[in-house]
Design a protein. Structure first.
Length: 172
């Protein structure tokens, strides 16, 4: 039987080098998938990791009123992907309906996110994540639109069937 030999120092260094390169590659990929955001004044800070479950536009009256715009750009995340990194004590909640718990900063009033417990998703407003490449894929609640958008994206009358809506499409 042959004897086992201890690895040579060169092999140890090569192994260590390869591990460091692999760690650096993994950290680079993870960091590329991390996006930081904050409220208007910066008191509340958050981070999302990974990719959103969906991105698009909501045209419902509640979202329009809350966002102060004719349409709300959303990014939907699994709750595990969203983390408040600073300012938890500055977060307040407004809840008009059971579907949405809207989170905002007590100091500046800046909108941070909306929890959607029935859907198991968190909407981090697209504008809150300045480094995220916003790539909308759908319009929801388009029956309530005040700003028609001819962008070729699917337009749902309300929500997808999976979220309790009709799933009915509206033509451009």
């Amino acid at each position: 039987m042959g004897r086992l030999r201890a690895p040579s120092p060169l092999n140890n260094q090569s192994l260590l080098h390869n591990l460091c390169v692999a760690c650096a590659d993994r950290n680079e990929k993870e960091n590329a998938m991390r996006h930081a955001g904050s409220c208007f004044c910066g008191a509340v800070q958050l981070q999302v990791v990974g990719t959103p479950e969906a991105m698009g536009y909501c045209h419902c009256r509640s979202c329009r009123s809350w966002s102060g715009s004719p349409v709300n750009a959303f990014t939907l995340w699994n709750p595990e992907a969203v983390r408040i990194t600073a300012g938890t004590e500055s977060i307040a909640t407004s809840q008009k309906t059971p579907v949405s718990q809207r989170k905002y900063c007590k100091k500046c009033g800046g909108h941070v996110m909306t929890l959607h417990p029935p859907f198991g998703l968190v909407d981090v407003f697209a504008a809150t994540l300045p480094e995220l490449a916003f790539k909308p894929g759908v319009h929801v609640n388009y029956a309530e639109t005040v700003l028609p958008m001819n962008d070729g994206l699917p337009k749902l009358k309300d929500f997808p069937v999976e979220l309790g809506g009709s799933g009915e499409m509206i033509a451009d």
